[in-house]
Structure formats: C-alpha cells, structure tokens
Design a protein around this ligand. Structure first.
Ligand code: PLP
Length: 428
C-alpha cells in the first residue's frame, strides 16, 4: 500500500506560506488551455505569466525544440558561437526598431535588464563620465526581482519596499498619466515632470529606464506614444541613454510588434524576454545601437563588457525563438491580436454598467491587454477561485483584474474571459 506523499518541498513565489493552499498540478495544455491533475481544464487568461503567446503545445515550437535537442543543447558563448544564436541575432535586428544592431543574450527578463543597466553605466565610464552611474526610472515600474532590478522598481507601492535598506538608491520620475490616445499637448505635463527630474539629476544619470506604453506588473498603467517621443528628446538633450524594457510589451502585446513601433522611436538599449521564445524556454536579449556598442571597442581591459551568464544564447532557446518569430509572421498574429483587441474593447470599454460600477475605478485596453482597476484590492478577494469555477484562470495583481491572453485564443474564448471578468463585478 502506498502512503500519501508528504507536502511538496516546492517553495512558491509571492505567497503567504501560512495561508497558502497546495498548488494544483498542471499535467498538460493545448492552445490557450491547460489541464490539471484530475482532468479539470482551464482557459488561461494570463498566458502563463504573459509569455505563452502561442499557447501550450504549439506543434511547430515543440518540434523545433525536439530537433535542436538532437543536434546541440549547449554552447559556451564565450569564444564560441553557433548557428541558431547568429541567425536569431540577425532576425532580432531585422524585426526591432531600426538602429538596434547588436544583441547580447541572457536567460531571463531580470537578467536582460541587469545587462542593460550595466551596459549603460559602463558606456558612460568608457566615454570618460564615471559620474554617470545612477539610473532613472518611473514610479509604478516593475523591471524584475534581482537586486539591480529591485532598485529601479516602484519604491512605494512596489513589492520590493522590504529590501529598501539593501538596495542602491536611484531617483524616480512620476509615472505618466496621459492615456494612450492623448493628443501631444496632453502629455506636456508628464514630460515637464520628467524634465524636472532630469534637470536635477542628469549629471549622475546613465540611463532612463521605462516599460514603454504599458507599465505591466505595477498596475497595467498605459500611456501615449507621444510620451515616448518626448522622453527620447529629453534623453538626447541631457546625454542620458534611453532603455526600453519590452519584456512584457514585446512581440505584439500592445498591438504592434514592439511598443516602440507605435512611436517610431529607437531606444539606445532594448530588452526582450517572455514572448521571445513563446514562453517555451527561459531566454532574453538586450539589443543596443552602434553608438552604445562602439563605445566598447578599445584596447584596455575596461573595454570588455563584464557579464556572461552560463545559459546565454542557449541553442535550444535560440532555436525555439526563431520558430516563434516565424510562426508570428506566417500565422497572421497581427490580425489575431487586432481581433482580440476588438473583442476586449467592445466587451469592456463599451460596457456602461461596468464603467459606472461603484467598485470600478477604471477600465483600460491596449492591444491584447485589458484591465479592470478596482477601487480597492479587497474588491478582488476570491476572484481567482470564482473564475476557476467558471473554467477560467485569472490571477489579479493587487487591485488590477487583467487579461493578457495567448494570441491563439479564439474570439469566443476571449469573450468568455471578459464575461468572467465583468461578471465578478456585475454580480455584486
Ligand atoms: N521587466 C518586465 C516589464 C516584466 O514584466 C518582467 C516580469 O514580469 C521582468 C522585467 C522580469 O522578467 P523575469 O521574470 O523573466 O526575470
């Protein structure tokens, strides 16, 4: 007779150990749905932490990993290279904003951002400006969980305030408030606020970091392409590099391939992860312009960029990223994303009962992303369990009930998700 298993030693993130219930086990998935042990199937409204843009078990991505695994699983990307790494770098240069010509690989969004920050600081050092060694980011920002990243996340409402004493201190600018469709004049106040912080701190600032158009984990705060254009001009005026963290926004999430494309802006450094491999393997790419890259060309030991994660440019990850890009372009993802966006706008933005509900503070949609902002996090207590009873996996962040679906989600399934999101409020 087999005795019951002891509780799992897996330690889960962002969870209170005292009240946490055992996590249900996922045994498989297909398209936008995953299946739990026992057979329960759930429609994933979050596409698994926003990375599984093709959904689960996409046959082309699975085949690419299988094939690559039979050929080559790891190469030390220090003095050696391999074909998938070179080919993926060329593809990333092709699809990202013009001028980002160099690709530094790493293995997660946080590490991709660490690379960006170190690159910006070393760039200024190499130009004889070692005093430019601090970073400027925005309130409501989330850039990852490593120490460098925590230091540039929102210091007040963010999840890292506990570590404040351990982290380096950087200045912050106010988060922009003008909405996506704001006229240029309407972003003037946001840009004035940014200018004011730059005027005070620019002598020591290496780079301005931002999640362009959509601050994701900090509350799905959306802003206008004019803000990105204004930030670009301010960075040039103050000799500050502009870093776009497109870890969440990249690969179609805002309705264009990259958020930067809405504004026709090329940042000096851009970070990609999550959708890069369609979520099938951990990987990241930090892209840089010639200006940044060429500052590292020189004879002294200080010219080497001192970063090199073991799994950077992993052949399996590069190969699946190449397949992910091919699927994106060959299977009309722009059309799919536009269809999902239309459903989100019709179902959520045009619903008067939702807009006027006393518990709802705001409703926002951008590309294949939508959020119902509650006035209070307490208004969302229990929503995950309730949604699960309706066959939908929803996981709010604080007072934000959101969806970032896989792009293979059928429009009928998208409506199912919006019905459940709305239903939670309208039934109360
Ligand atoms: N940057 C942004 C905008 C993110 O949303 C995230 C993760 O959610 C990260 C960075 C960190 O990425 P990772 O969790 O892969 O380290």
């Amino acid at each position: 007779m087999s005795s019951p298993l002891p509780p799992s030693p897996v330690w889960h993130p962002y969870a209170h150990l005292k009240t946490q219930r055992p996590a249900p086990r996922v045994v498989g998935g297909e398209g936008p749905r995953f299946t739990l042990e026992g057979g329960e199937t759930l429609l994933d409204a979050t596409c698994s932490w926003w990375c599984m843009i093709h959904g689960y078990a996409h046959p082309r991505l699975v085949a690419a990993i299988r094939e690559q695994a039979g050929e080559l699983c790891h190469v030390m990307l220090g003095g050696l290279t391999h074909e998938p790494a070179d080919r993926l770098a060329r593809e990333l240069v092709r699809v990202t904003p013009a001028g980002l010509n160099h690709v530094f690989y790493s293995d997660s969004g946080s590490v991709g951002m660490e690379v960006a920050m170190k690159m910006a600081v070393q760039y200024h050092q190499l130009r004889g400006r070692p005093d430019k060694h601090r970073l400027l980011s925005l309130m409501k920002a989330y850039h990852g969980d490593t120490a460098g990243c925590m230091a540039v996340c929102d210091p007040e409402e963010g999840m890292h305030s506990l570590f404040a004493g351990y982290l380096p201190r950087h200045p912050f600018a106010p988060a922009p408030t003008a909405p996506f469709d704001a006229e240029p004049e309407a972003v003037a106040a946001d840009l004035d606020a940014l200018r004011e912080v730059l005027e005070r701190h620019h002598r020591e600032i290496a780079a301005l970091l931002m999640e362009p158009l959509l601050q994701a984990a900090g509350g799905l705060n959306m802003t206008s392409p004019h803000y990105l254009q204004g930030a670009r001009e301010l960075c040039d005026a103050f000799d500050v590099l502009l870093v776009f963290d497109e870890v969440a926004t990249g690969f179609g999430r805002t309705g264009r391939m990259f958020a930067a494309d809405h504004a026709d802006v090329t940042p000096d450094i851009m970070v990609l992860s999550k959708g890069l491999t369609g979520g099938y393997l951990g990987h990241a790419a930090t892209l840089a312009t010639d200006r940044v890259h060429d500052a590292f060309i020189g004879d002294s030991p200080e010219h080497a960029f001192m970063h090199g994660p073991t799994f950077m440019g992993n052949p399996l990850a590069c190969r699946v990223a190449l397949e992910s890009l091919a699927v994106f372009e060959e299977e009309d993802y722009p059309g799919k994303i536009a269809g999902l966006s239309r459903v989100l706008r019709e179902a959520l933005l045009e619903d008067q009962a939702l807009a006027t509900h006393p518990a709802v503070a705001d409703v926002r949609v951008l590309g294949a992303t939508a959020v119902i902002e509650a006035r209070d996090a307490a208004a969302l207590a229990g929503v995950g369990d309730w949604a699960r009873e309706q066959g939908v996996w929803l996981r709010p962040i604080g007072r934000w009930l959101y969806t970032m679906p896989a792009y293979v989600t059928a429009e009928t399934d998208m409506r199912r998700i919006t019905d459940v999101m709305k239903g939670w409020f309208l039934a109360r």
